[in-house]
Write a protein that binds this ligand. Structure first.
Ligand code: UTP
Length: 226
């Protein structure tokens, strides 16, 4: 199976704990050893938010802040590369073309952000479409997709599966609600809708959950294409 994994920065490096990064590298290697092809897109997490917060106070504009965020995602991608064996690229791919070329060469592409104005979930979704992936795994800090923001609503219920059209509607509604935490951002869900890909949203704090999801076993939410 060809798999793209979008690992949130808050999942890969909630703090600078090398054992978590090593665990992710081991999970990727386990998938490779099982014969899967894997691409990984890494987010910026708390470090990106801290840099963005400081630069905002210094008067940076939104595009400058995005470029800072991208730099941090690539820093995190380098950390994962450091933990992976020689099957990984030696530096983060900076665009989808470079990632696909690496994949075709038989390497594991690892990348962070690409352009200003979106997130690594959108990068991962576009990459999954571009490489014709069989499965896209969003390894997030939440257990899946809920019918309401679980942080704000104790009655919120997790979907075990949801159609992509319903997901887009749900995330669009959450997006309007300032401060709410959508499990996947709106642009990524729209790209997913367009691509017709199979995807899973799960709690990625245990990297083994990603391996199990590729085998069809997870506690998160399946996102079903039209
Ligand atoms: P992330 O993808 O990490 O955003 O990008 P996030 O939603 O905070 O995800 P977690 O916390 O890692 O799970 C961090 C920031 O980098 C910029 C954006 O400003 C984003 O908010 N960025 C990232 C881009 O501008 N373009 C990209 O392709 C990626």
């Amino acid at each position: 199976m060809r798999v793209v994994v979008s690992v949130g920065g808050s999942v890969l490096v909630p703090d600078l704990d090398s054992s978590r990064v090593a665990g992710y590298a081991a999970a990727v290697e386990q998938l490779l050893d099982a014969g899967h092809e894997v691409c990984v897109v890494v987010g910026g997490g708390a470090t990106a938010r801290e840099y963005i917060g400081a630069a905002r106070e210094l008067g940076a504009n939104e595009t400058e802040l995005d470029h800072l965020g991208i730099a941090v995602t690539r820093l995190n991608a380098r950390l994962l590369i450091a933990a992976l064996d020689e099957r990984a690229v030696s530096a983060p791919a900076t665009d989808h073309g470079a990632a696909r070329t690496a994949l075709r060469r038989g390497d594991v592409p690892v990348m962070g952000g690409t352009e200003a104005g979106h997130t690594t979930d959108a990068v991962a979704t576009a990459l999954a479409e571009y490489v014709d992936a069989d499965l896209l795994v969003y390894a997030t800090s939440v257990p899946g997709v809920f019918d309401a923001d679980p942080e704000a609503d104790p009655e919120a219920t997790k979907y075990s599966r949801i159609g992509v059209d319903d997901l887009v509607a749900l995330v669009a509604e959450m997006d309007i609600d300032a401060g709410s935490n959508a499990p996947v951002d709106l642009l990524a869900t729209k790209l997913l809708q367009r691509a017709g890909l199979r995807a899973v949203v799960l709690d990625g704090s245990d990297p083994e959950a990603v391996v199990a999801a590729v085998d069809g076993d997870h506690d998160g939410t399946d996102i079903e294409p039209r």
